[in-house]
Design a protein around this ligand. Structure first.
Ligand code: BYC
Length: 318
């Protein structure tokens, strides 16, 4: 027997479907705030994937071997693909790609704070793959069960690729830690600079998170910011120790009673500065995106003409 809750529009029926773990699909009735909240979160996620290409792309021409270069190019291309799946998922909510890009360019829509930090050395590429992709996976594994069907399905594919990304990053760190003292120092310096921004990726503490309560009720988010951050810390600390890296947090210690690591206070002033456009590379990242978008206008125009021609020839056949 079909146990799906009847599709009668209305907040109560909608919540009953969510509670019954049904996926919401594009043509289903949904509260306007659910739609807007999803557009906000999924498009921010898409922008993060695309802007995240910049700090890594910075090292493609300087990767230390042909193999590392090929791997990094493949990773950066994957991130572009993730952006495209996510923009496509957002468009199913009735917003155009142009509007989404416009929101990014005007600052109306955010992207992950972490990509506003510079990638100064090759070890930063290791740290990004290891820490940033780990943080992304921890979050995105839980988002595979998000209530909106197109977002959940995009996440399944993205998670598979992110786990390869995480391993390539850790492999770079491991190789450096097995190298000379200069290489070990470079790896430690990268961890020192990327550790705290990685913790900020999970957003404000639960009590301060503006969207969490409603997003959890609608099962857009399946786990809280703090819960995910804790899982990330527990994993990453052990991975750091395994290769001889020291996490830059004097307050870090294992708490037997909780079965987790306790860690020091996050600098939320820095977080606020970065998400409000005043991090080390915010202006540079957006300027680069705007320029690339402008320079790609001819591709969009050519595609539009091609699509129009296809439509006309399909109408002729019909
Ligand atoms: N950075 O109420 P809250 C990748 C904002 S990319 C910037 O907790 P929410 C990769 C938040 O938007 C993967 N802003 O929000 C790519 C909100 O502001 P608005 C990126 C942040 O949405 C290339 C305000 O603070 N992953 O893996 O419930 C290379 C209050 O926060 C941040 C995703 O995007 C931040 N870190 O929870 C390598 C995952 N944190 O919108 C790797 C999907 C918070 O009201 N997103 N804010 O103006 C999510 O899971 C959730 O949106 C968050 C925040 C957990 C990030």
């Amino acid at each position: 027997m079909d146990k799906r809750v009847a599709l009668v529009p209305g907040e109560q029926t909608f919540q009953a479907r969510i509670d019954a773990e049904e996926k919401i699909e594009p043509k289903d009735w949904m509260p306007e705030k659910y739609r807007q909240n999803l557009i906000r979160q999924i498009s921010q996620h898409a922008h993060s994937e695309v802007i995240g290409e910049q700090p890594e792309g910075n090292w493609i021409t300087r990767a230390p071997s042909l193999e590392r270069k090929a791997i990094l190019m493949a990773k950066v291309q994957d991130e572009a693909g993730h952006g495209l799946y996510l923009y496509a998922a957002t468009e199913t909510l009735g917003i155009t790609r142009e509007e989404l890009i416009d929101r990014l360019h005007t600052g109306a829509s955010k992207y992950a704070s972490i990509f506003n930090y510079p990638s100064l050395t090759w070890a930063d590429i290791g740290a990004i793959g290891w820490l940033v992709d780990s943080a992304a996976i921890v979050n995105q594994v839980s988002l595979q069960n998000t209530s909106y069907g197109p977002y959940a399905r995009a996440m399944v594919r993205i998670c598979k690729e992110e786990s390869f990304h995480q391993r390539q990053g850790y492999n770079i760190m491991m190789t450096l830690m097995n190298g000379s003292q200069v290489q070990r120092d470079m790896a430690q310096d990268a961890l020192d600079r990327w550790w705290w921004p990685s913790l900020m990726m999970f957003g404000p503490h639960d009590g301060e998170s503006a969207h969490s309560a409603q997003s959890m009720k609608w099962k857009i988010k399946r786990r809280s910011n703090d819960d995910l951050r804790q899982q990330f810390v527990d994993q990453a600390v052990q991975q750091a120790e395994a290769i001889g890296l020291v996490v830059p947090d004097p307050d870090l210690q294992w708490d037997d009673a909780r079965g987790h690591y306790d860690f020091g206070a996050i600098d939320w002033e820095e977080f606020e500065r970065v998400i409000s456009g005043n991090g080390p590379c915010n202006r540079q990242r957006l300027a680069h995106h705007k320029r690339a978008h402008r320079e790609g206008a001819w591709v969009r125009e050519a595609m539009a003409v091609h699509e129009a021609k296809q439509r006309l020839s399909n109408e002729d056949v019909a």
